[in-house]
Design a protein. Structure first.
Lengths: 390, 138
């Protein structure tokens, strides 16, 4: 059934985000699911499927079902392709619904890695129990911890090949901060200028503090059901028209360049074809933005500009408020909240419903959502719409 | 940070021992498939190209080019507190594998993507040696 709705998002729950201490991930998950059920006008007993996004803390396992008190499920699993997982979860939820295995599926991401005694960077820096064995230990011995140096090296490669600049990265951060100031859920509200970006300290050169995403305690849940059933529920349905994954493979081979040619290209082409829409139909993008660079390279690979032209493409501020391609309108992960691909997914639901208020994009008939996991290793694309066909 | 903080050193395990033994003897040891001829990195039991369990350890040339690099400013481990800013680099080896390391013997601001590099081996008090890279001679 090409161009038709593959399933519909009928509920969205977003908890308070950020430095909220003393709560476990599962408690945030419970709150987000309760909010999503209320949003959808559904009862807990209506839920018969639960897909859990594995988190960095590792505590959202399949036994979460029991803690959350879900009974009589016919679909349950924990999934992970890191930051691309939300797109994969949406695929499997829609396929299972269409196959008749399940009717109403909760997708949830929850994490609480921040603690008062540990900075945001440390909370995501990877293993901490030294010494480490074998090649994992070798990586640490070089001072290569977590994602920051890896994305910095990807950004540097792009800068070398195409002349991309830190100021161009900065325009992405500045635009998203403006969006964040209009989102009730966003963590970062203070104004940010390009000079502020340029004056922010280096984390892993060429990436500065304001090139890097936040780390958040919190949870997001969405509820998915069939397009037919969605019509009778409380919220305007958000139809899932297209979805795809792409995992290009190893980056430790000299004949591969996943840092500058990402899986967004293939998964984007597949998702657009499935949805029956083109880039020109996309009114707003919600792109995975673990770093400013990720937004830039994803726009290139989706074909909004040619490979290598992402820097000049974003430099005029077209991604920010008033721009021609409103992107990450909730502030994204840079200024909003960091819930892996549930950050772009949650804002896409708001935009597709037309519930963005001051931050509502002028055109939002078709919303493009990306997920990105690992070091640009895993990619997912979703195309969402208030329309039931493309 | 206290002086007691030291950089974390890897503990060679059964799989990676030839790599670390080679480094101690001044050789960059990598796995080479006698089935399909491909080199691979990091360590594994089976060739990722042809799935043959025919990986043998061979000394690599140690020659490569700087694919990309970062200068780390954030202290992610107390052992590196006195080292920042330090570089982390991806080095494309002639054998076709890309490995992460540090480039030494050159100022960070003189690093250039594409520059020729050669391996050297830095020892430590624990007898663990690390392959690192420096600008190639000549």
């Amino acid at each position: 059934m090409p161009n038709q709705s593959k399933g519909a998002i009928v509920g969205l729950g977003v908890t308070p985000m950020g430095k909220i201490y003393g709560r476990r991930a599962i408690d945030f998950a419970a709150e987000a699911i309760a909010l999503a059920l209320d949003d959808a006008g559904l009862a807990k007993s209506d839920v018969d499927g639960l897909l859990i996004n594995a988190n960095i803390s590792g505590d959202m396992d399949v036994r979460s079902q029991m803690v959350l008190g879900f009974e009589n499920l016919t679909l349950v699993n924990v999934m992970s392709a890191y930051g691309s997982t939300a797109g994969s979860m949406m695929q499997y939820a829609c396929m299972a619904i269409r196959e008749g295995l399940v009717r109403t599926v909760v997708l949830v991401y929850a994490d609480a890695p921040l603690s008062p005694s540990r900075g945001a960077g440390q909370s995501y820096a990877g293993p901490h129990r030294f010494p480490l064995g074998g090649m994992v230990g070798l990586k640490a011995a070089y001072g290569n911890f977590g994602a920051n140096p890896e994305y910095a090296m990807a950004a540097r490669r792009h800068m070398h090949l195409y002349g991309t600049t830190t100021e161009q990265f900065g325009t992405i951060a500045v635009g998203q901060r403006k969006w964040a100031q209009m989102s009730p859920w966003a963590q970062m509200k203070a104004s940010m200028t390009l000079a502020d970006h340029q004056n922010s300290r280096f984390i892993a050169e060429p990436l500065r503090l304001f090139d890097c995403c936040l780390v958040s305690n919190g949870a997001v849940a969405v509820i998915v059901t069939s397009a037919e059933r969605a019509r009778d529920l409380k919220q305007p349905p958000v139809n899932v028209l297209g979805y795809a994954q792409s995992a290009p493979g190893d980056n430790l081979r000299t004949d591969r360049h996943p840092a500058v040619e990402t899986g967004a290209k293939r998964s984007g082409e597949m998702a657009f074809r499935m949805a029956g829409v083109t880039r020109d139909d996309i009114g707003t993008c919600q792109l995975y933005d673990c770093y400013t660079y990720t937004v830039l390279v994803t726009l290139e690979d989706y074909g909004f500009c040619a490979k290598g032209e992402g820097g000049p493409f974003v430099a005029d501020g077209k991604l920010g408020p008033g721009g021609s391609l409103p992107t990450n309108t909730g502030g994204g992960q840079l200024s909003g909240y960091y819930m892996w691909a549930f950050t772009p997914l949650s804002e896409a639901v708001v935009q597709a419903r037309g519930q963005g208020g001051a931050r509502q994009a002028p055109r939002s008939d078709y919303v493009l959502v990306s997920g990105n996991g690992g070091i640009l290793n895993y990619h997912s694309t979703m195309i969402l719409s208030r329309h039931a066909s493309g | 940070m206290s002086q007691a903080a030291t950089k974390p050193l890897p503990i060679p395990d059964e799989l990676s021992a030839p790599f670390f033994n080679g480094a101690r003897e001044g050789r960059l040891m990598l796995q080479h498939c006698t089935g399909c001829g491909a080199w691979s990195f990091p360590v594994r039991e089976r060739c990722p190209h042809c799935f043959a369990a025919k990986l043998e350890w061979r000394a690599a040339s140690g020659r490569g080019t700087l694919y990309t690099f970062t200068i780390m400013h954030q202290v992610m481990n107390p052992g590196f507190a006195s080292s920042v800013p330090y570089n982390v680099a991806q080095v494309d080896l002639e054998e076709g594998v890309r490995m992460v390391s540090n480039v030494v013997g050159i100022a960070n601001d003189a690093l250039r993507v594409g520059m020729k590099l050669e391996a050297l081996f830095e020892g430590s008090g624990d007898n663990v040696h690390l392959p690192k890279f420096r600008p190639a001679a000549g």
